[in-house]
Design a protein around this ligand. Structure first.
Ligand code: IVH
Length: 700
């Protein structure tokens, strides 16, 4: 580290840079100390950093940063907790917004299970608590861990804090609990405790919380569990993750069991035998909403029978057996100040409304999406107008209508990209229909697209590189260090080649943070197949499609080979067929991949990128199943389950389900009435099974 300039001699510019550096250094030191239990400096060195920060702030009070270490004791909450992997993923819920959606949900469940019309489908209804979910692991009836949801697979270990919540039993009471169980539910704050907390915060001159949900989240993620205790958080139990053995046959029984072990369960929980009952319950809970004393944002319906829940399973991240019926979104009136254009990863130009900030349902809204120029025309909205905005849950706020005309000029969508000035056009598809989105044609020369693509590549759902976020990408790009994703892995040498000082000497970086960033990048040199593919940002190949390709091809090389073969042979060839033979993947994704590799720039980029990383082969979804990795075709009538259920079950076990029989088929499950497919299978010598034999094989 260069010799430090004494605080008294610092210029304002140097002081600003120093405060930025110190903020990063101290945060890194805190994280090492609190989170990793591995301090990388001694106490004296640490104190010196804090002293210096304090002295600079005293001399230049106006330069004090919003994230100043002076205002923080310990690590920032987000960095202060160890990671905790859930034994069973924490799912989210699909939403219903109307009575029709609920009717359709019940019908879908019936269809999937193949229930006859006279069979009762019992469903439960309960409030959807607006808090944050928590998973409590009990072993032999004793709480051993509490974890937040995180990304659903891995959350934060908040055990010490959860132990301060009165509603979280340290030991389970009653009897009949499984040896090991993950009890799940919602941490929330009552309106009363929320108001009291904000009053205390205000008195102490600290920032108040926007809503009880944020306050509950802040309370649970305190470094000091004693602060959590003062928040008076509450907990409703409503679900479970992994259990060592069955403990109930229905949702109703399960919730009663949770209550008997000492958990608080919601008193409005009820079982209904018809959809009409659910809708009535929704209306009653909605009417009661203001009087409940805590925030709720809808009503959750769940299939009561647990054996049916198991058969229904889940799609991507939400169970097929439950749905959240949301209350109508909250609305507010404000002024549209201006319309800005954002350029996305695929070049699409999105008009964004800049609003006079307004509180909608407890959250300050200052931007809303306008989607595209057709939407602007439909709304007839112009800068200067007063508009009604709506915010529903976590979705981006939307403009509903113009309330009063501000007399301004109509908005003109730019015909050129505001970033690179290339023509921005609306593509016309094969059917002669115009795309609603206008896209920049600049492709690789467009800085906005390049930056968005890079951000996407390192984002949480793709390579997930710690410490490399939007800000850093923009900075490195601006300095000309990143022409494509491959350069992320060449950052150190690119910096050197550009004649720039090493990263550790840059403003905002220190020895520690620079090293951490480079380590985080190196840690991603063996990316997972699905994350890597999703990160490339090929159009129509998102997270779900990438996951399907990974699970079906297993080997990246085999997959990438198939894409190249398809690019050579065209759509009639075998390779293209292989890319589209997967349930859930259509020709659009395969075409987009082919178009991607046919573009020479992309090929060059991929060659460079693949010389830096080695993509890991995927694992079959369930390698211990005898059907994992096998290609299965169902034909004829099935009698024990619907076709959808059979397919879903097979896919969940790691099999590929295909619609047609070919040399690549491993198994054909044939029911009564099977015709040409069965014949073809026999001709090709492919193993055929009856439905019962199939069920035996998969262990049902
Ligand atoms: S059941 C497998 N029940 O809503 C289904 N969730 O949007 C697990 N939530 O992550 C959820 N109240 O945090 C369930 N009564 C309730 C709920 C509830 C609130 C939250 C939960 C979940 C989110 C999904």
């Amino acid at each position: 580290m260069p010799d430090l300039v004494s605080v008294d001699d610092l210029t304002e510019k140097q002081a600003k840079a120093e405060l930025a550096r110190l903020a990063v250094e101290i945060r890194a030191a805190d994280a090492a100390y609190f989170q990793d239990d591995a301090p990388h400096m001694d106490d004296a060195a640490y104190d010196a950093l804090r002293q210096r920060n304090l002295a600079i702030e005293a001399r230049f009070p106006e330069l004090k940063r919003k994230d100043s270490p002076t205002d923080r004791v310990g690590a920032a909450p987000a960095e202060g907790f160890a990671k905790a992997r859930h034994a069973a993923p924490m799912l989210s819920l699909d939403n219903a917004f109307s009575d029709e959606d609920v009717v359709e949900f019940a019908a879908r469940v019936r269809r999937f299970l193949g229930l006859p019309a006279d069979e009762t489908l019992a469903l439960t209804a309960e409030p959807k608590i607006d808090g944050l979910s928590l998973s409590l692991t009990y072993e032999d009836g004793v709480l051993i861990r509490a974890a937040t949801r995180g990304d659903g697979q891995e959350g934060e270990d908040v055990t010490a804090n959860a132990r301060t919540i009165a509603d979280v039993p340290e030991k389970l009471g009653g009897s009949g609990w499984p040896d090991r169980i993950e009890v799940r539910g919602e941490v929330y704050l009552s309106h009363e405790d929320f108001a009291a907390l904000n009053a205390r915060e205000e008195e102490a001159g600290r920032k108040t919380y926007a809503n009880p949900r944020n306050a509950a989240a802040g309370g649970l993620r305190q470094i000091d569990a004693e602060i959590t205790r003062t928040r008076n958080l509450k907990f409703f139990a409503y679900a479970w993750g992994l259990v060592s053995g069955p403990f109930a046959e229905t949702q109703t029984e399960a919730v009663a069991a949770l209550a008997s072990w000492g958990f608080d369960t919601n008193s409005l929980f009820a079982r209904h035998e018809a959809v009409e009952g659910l809708i009535d319950a929704y209306r009653a809970i909605e009417a009661d909403r203001a009087a409940l004393g805590y925030d709720i944002d809808g009503v959750v319906y769940k299939v009561d029978r647990l054996d049916w829940q198991a058969r229904l399973g889940f799609v991507s991240r939400a169970p097929r057996w439950a749905i959240a019926h949301k209350f109508p979104a909250e609305k507010a009136i404000t002024k549209l100040e201006a319309i800005d254009i954002q350029v996305g990863r695929t070049g699409s130009l999105t008009p964004v409304a800049r609003l006079t900030p307004v509180t909608v349902g407890g959250v300050v809204v200052s931007n809303a999406t306008l989607h595209n120029e057709d939407e602007i025309a439909r709304l007839g909205v112009k800068p200067g107008d007063t508009v009604e905005v709506q915010r529903a849950g976590d979705v981006i706020p939307q403009i509903l209508r113009v309330v009063t005309d501000g007399g301004g000029e109509p908005f003109q969508m730019p015909q050129r990209c505001p970033i690179c000035e290339s023509a921005a056009i609306r593509e016309v598809d094969e059917k002669g229909e115009e795309d609603v989105r206008r896209r920049c044609t600049g492709g690789l020369i467009c800085a906005a697209q390049a930056v968005e693509r890079l951000k996407h590549f390192v984002s949480r759902k793709a390579l997930d590189i710690d410490g490399l976020g939007a800000k850093q990408i923009a900075l490195f790009y601006e300095k000309g260090l990143l022409a494509g994703p491959q350069d992320i892995f060449r950052l150190v040498s690119r910096i050197e080649a550009a004649g720039l000082p090493p990263l550790s000497e840059w403003e905002g970086f220190g020895e520690t943070s620079a090293r951490k960033l480079i380590d985080a990048i190196d840690a991603r040199r063996q990316p997972d197949f699905d994350r890597f593919l999703a990160g490339l940002g090929v159009r129509h190949v998102g997270e779900t499609t990438a996951g399907l390709y990974a699970r079906n091809f297993i080997s990246w090389d085999a997959f990438w080979g198939a894409v190249h073969a398809a690019a050579e042979e065209g759509e009639e060839g075998e390779a293209f067929a292989a890319l589209t033979a997967i349930d859930g993947i259509g020709a659009t994704a395969a075409r987009a991949l082919v178009a991607f590799v046919r573009e020479p720039h992309n090929e060059e980029m991929m060659t460079a990128l693949l010389s830096e990383v080695s993509v890991q082969d995927a694992e079959a979804a369930s390698s211990d199943s005898p059907v994992a990795g096998k290609t299965v075709v169902f034909t004829g009538a099935l009698e024990k389950m619907t076709r959808d259920e059979a397919k879903a079950r097979a896919t969940a076990l790691g099999a590929k389900v295909s619609g047609s029989v070919s040399k690549k088929t491993d198994l054909v499950v044939a029911g009564p009435g099977a015709g040409s497919k069965l014949k073809k299978a026999e001709d090709l010598g492919i193993e055929t099974l009856t439905e019962d034999e199939w069920l035996d094989l998969i262990g049902v």
